[in-house]
Design a protein around this ligand. Structure first.
Ligand code: BMA
Length: 326
């Protein structure tokens, strides 16, 4: 079992077996949502958030919109990946260069462990939305890096290792507002500072992914290629609907898509996904994966209000992607 390569053993991955008779490859945790909107005194909502294994337990960076409805990111810790202690204070980054600390707002973080540290990417308000970057060793002290791109861009997601000698990041060029378009691109860098050699990865398609798409969790390396969960948006009579599916891309040239799901893997259907500050949103930003068992736990924002957890098995989800590809 387990087609995950270059991953980690995670015997304490949060997990719940698939309910008997359930026919789909991704299933929800039955005690969702795992993070409530008012879990810390300052929060209106805690959603689109990122978690990683840390010190035998887990750490994370959480999108918390405040009671003033400012969007910012907060650190948190957990022993089991389900019960979280989230700091009430926002993350403060340090840098000698004050210009790279300029940020009107920060949201939708991703966390990626590379070599010896945890890199954080997020949507950063720098005269428009772009991809902010920073790193930490301990989730206590945070160091700012240069913004990766010019505005407007969102959903910056790093690959967990260099590929062909270069760091790689997915992103979704966008606009200043609620962006009624958008494909996924990949950019390459020798040093995580200068980005270029941009490649188109995926265009929008029909149905649930017709309006725009954006990468979600850090890609998972498998024998069959990079497993990339991504959100897709459909424009309904009642506004946007955010679901998610997945793609498999080439291991050496990860901008080359081999398969991607025609059906969604999960769409907003429960009350906590359909009702909240922004209805009908399932927005994944992180996944834990256990190399030994092939178990994957996906964290996703629900209705821009709370955070949910869902599960899949790597072999089953890969078979599903291949058998239900566009
Ligand atoms: C996107 C981002 C996400 C949010 C989604 C639905 O543009 O702002 O943070 O979850 O819209 O509101």
């Amino acid at each position: 079992m387990g087609t995950i390569i270059n991953g980690v053993s995670l015997p304490n991955i949060p997990w719940q077996d698939k309910p008997a008779g359930y026919g789909k490859p991704v299933w929800r945790y039955d005690r969702n949502p795992i993070i409530q909107r008012d879990q810390i005194p300052s929060s209106n909502s805690i959603f689109n958030s990122a978690v990683v294994p840390f010190n035998g337990g887990f750490a994370g960076v959480f999108r918390c919109d405040s009671l003033s409805r400012y969007m910012d990111i907060h650190a948190g810790f957990s022993k089991d990946g389900i019960n979280w202690e989230i700091n009430d204070e926002v993350i403060k980054f340090c840098s000698d260069d004050k210009e790279i600390l300029v940020s009107d707002h920060r949201y939708d973080p991703r966390v990626c462990f590379i070599d010896d540290r945890y890199y954080i990417t997020w949507c950063n308000g720098y005269h428009g939305p772009t991809i902010g970057m920073g790193y930490t060793f301990d989730f206590k002290k945070f160091y700012a890096m240069e913004n990766a791109f010019l505005p407007c861009n969102r959903n910056g997601v790093l690959f967990p290792r260099k590929i062909g000698g270069k760091y790689m990041m997915l992103s979704r060029p966008s606009d200043y507002g609620h962006t009624p378009f958008g494909d996924i691109f990949l950019s390459q860098s020798p040093d995580l500072k200068y980005w270029g050699e941009h490649r188109h990865v995926m265009h929008t398609a029909g149905g649930w992914q017709k309006t725009k798409i954006g990468a979600g969790p850090i890609p998972i390396e498998t024998k069959e290629g990079w497993l990339i969960f991504y959100h897709g948006v459909l424009t309904s009579c009642n506004g946007y609907v955010y679901s998610f599916g997945a793609a498999l891309t080439d291991l050496k040239e990860p901008w080359k898509v081999k398969y991607r799901t025609d059906p969604y893997l999960l769409s907003p259907q429960t009350v906590y996904e359909c009702v909240g500050d922004v209805p009908n949103v399932a927005f994944p930003c992180a996944a834990l994966a256990d190399m030994d068992t092939g178990r994957i736990a996906i964290y996703y924002g629900c209705a821009d209000t709370v955070t949910g957890l869902c599960f899949c098995q790597v072999d089953e989800v890969i078979d599903y992607i291949k058998n239900n590809s566009l």
